[in-house]
Design a binder for this molecule. Structure first.
Ligand code: C2E
Ligand code: MG
Ligand code: MG
Ligand code: MG
Length: 291
């Protein structure tokens, strides 16, 4: 008969075994995941705050795991970065997005740029520019339709290499966005060194409570600074009308967040764009109401 300590011991070692097991389950299933199309790309629209039109979208990957169900990228991206599988996954995401853009172009749909995430690992891949140019050639796209999101924390690992990669990507016509801006240790230094086009403000700045006056002042200051540097600003994680109004009053260019729309599968995203744009046209065209 086991005493209670044994039970506790069994409980903890069981927990430990479970977490090791689940990491192993994930590692084992990575190889088949791409082959079996278990990854799905969701699109989250980005809104122009001056007129509320959809000005772009971000591609965000989801994993429909056959055993574990829906897994969020925050749970598997770090693991993929550790074992190198992130490179295959990112390339898969970029290619799917390029194919999607090509499809919209073919169907005469109004084109909006799509932002893709580039892992801190892949930004150091010497093949990166070759892979990206290969994709836009293959799908007959202008580079400007593909926005490249890199993270501030990746920059600090080897600034010189990132600067030269970004310069090369810029020359090729890609638009470079700095994701999660304000979370690293050298944000201002990075701004003075790295020739990016767009700042994406980390949601921490936006979601701070009204009471936190300092945060609000810092937010307003960063937006002004971005203007001085000729950068566009996107606010991430906008969840309330109040936040959207505040950002608009601070002259922020774009907003992305649950208040406007959550990330959604591509069919839903296409419908969302059509519906949203027709609503905006209705509002602007009074003749539509006059019968
Ligand atoms: P991120 O690139 O900063 O993406 C923004 C995250 O914020 C997304 O989480 C999005 O769903 C979430 N979000 C958007 N609006 C709101 C809001 O109003 N409130 C809150 N609380 N959250 C909001 P998601 O999709 O879970 O992705 C998490 C992170 O995983 C991303 O952060 C990105 O770093 C990474 N990721 C996602 N897809 C990819 C990919 O294809 N490749 C790579 N390398 N990383 C990816
Ligand atoms: Mg991003
Ligand atoms: Mg972000
Ligand atoms: Mg993030």
């Amino acid at each position: 008969i086991k005493g209670k300590y044994d039970i506790h011991h069994a409980y903890y070692s069981d927990k430990l075994r479970q977490s090791l097991l689940s990491e192993q389950v994930i590692l084992d299933s990575i190889k088949t995941a791409l082959l079996e199309n278990q990854f799905e790309i969701y699109y989250q629209p980005k809104y122009d705050l001056s007129n509320e039109t959809i000005a772009g979208a971000e591609a965000l990957v989801r994993w429909n795991h056959p055993v574990k169900g829906f897994i969020s990228p925050t749970d598997f991206i770090p693991l993929f970065e550790r074992n190198g599988f992130i490179t295959d996954l990112d390339i898969y995401v970029w290619e799917t997005v390029c194919r999607q853009l090509h499809h919209w172009l073919d169907n005469g749909q109004p084109m909006i740029p799509i932002s893709v995430n580039v892992s801190r690992v892949d930004i150091y891949n010497p093949e990166l520019t070759r892979i990206l140019t290969g994709l836009i050639k293959k799908y007959n796209l202008k580079a400007e339709y593909l926005h490249i999101e890199i993270t501030e924390t990746a920059y600090t690992e080897n600034p010189d290499q990132i600067i030269s990669t970004v310069l090369e990507l810029r020359k090729l016509g890609f638009i470079i966005e700095m994701d999660d801006f304000g979370t690293g240790y050298s944000s201002l230094n990075m701004l003075s060194e790295l020739p990016i086009h767009v700042l994406k403000l980390d949601m921490r700045f936006i979601q701070s409570e009204n009471a936190k006056r300092n945060r609000k002042n810092i937010l307003s200051f960063i937006i002004s600074l971005a203007k001085w540097l000729d950068l566009q600003v996107v606010a991430e994680g906008v969840e309330t009308e109040k936040q959207a109004q505040m950002l608009k009053s601070m002259d922020c260019n774009y907003a992305q967040g649950y208040y406007f729309a959550k990330p959604m599968p591509h069919e839903e995203f296409e419908n969302h764009i059509k519906q949203h744009n027709s609503e905006i046209i209705d509002e602007k065209d009074p003749s539509k109401d006059s019968n």
